[in-house]
Ligand binder design. Structure first.
Ligand SMILES: [Cu+2]
Length: 135
């Protein structure tokens, strides 16, 4: 919001509405959600599977139906951010678990970056993980 274009009174009313809303409607915040990496290591090589869980931290429950719109897997942790590998979603699996297929062409540390939308929530969940590919 460009605050300079709104009056103080409008801002105050808006903030009041938002606060009232958060009290009366038991809505989760996007910050309550996080991805968790299932396995920290993989074998280097083609067609490896990566699994992540999406959980609501306040309830501990898995969160199905998220739309993962951003994925990136690169070797930034080992100073090779330009070394990017393709990552493709694998459909199916347990609700709240999201799986991907990727080729780890080199042993070392890879960074997995995820961005997702959760149904009924505003904002995005963004997490980064380090996966170690072993020889
Ligand atoms: Cu590399």
């Amino acid at each position: 919001m460009k605050t300079s274009r709104h009056s103080r009174a409008f801002q105050a009313a808006f903030v009041g509405l938002v606060m009232a809303g958060s009290v009366t409607i038991a809505r989760a915040d996007i910050k309550d959600y996080e991805f968790q990496l299932v396995d920290q290591t993989v074998q280097a090589g083609p067609d490896k599977t990566i699994s992540v869980r999406l959980v609501n931290k306040t309830t501990g429950k898995p969160v199905p139906g998220a739309v993962i719109f951003a994925t990136r897997l690169d070797m930034a942790p080992d100073g090779m951010q330009e070394m990017v590998t393709k990552i493709a979603p694998i459909p199916g699996g347990e609700p709240g678990t999201y799986r991907f297929k990727a080729s780890f062409g080199m042993a070392g540390r890879w960074q997995l970056s995820l961005g997702a939308k959760v149904q009924g929530e505003t904002g995005t969940v963004e997490n980064k993980f380090v996966i170690t590919a072993q020889k």
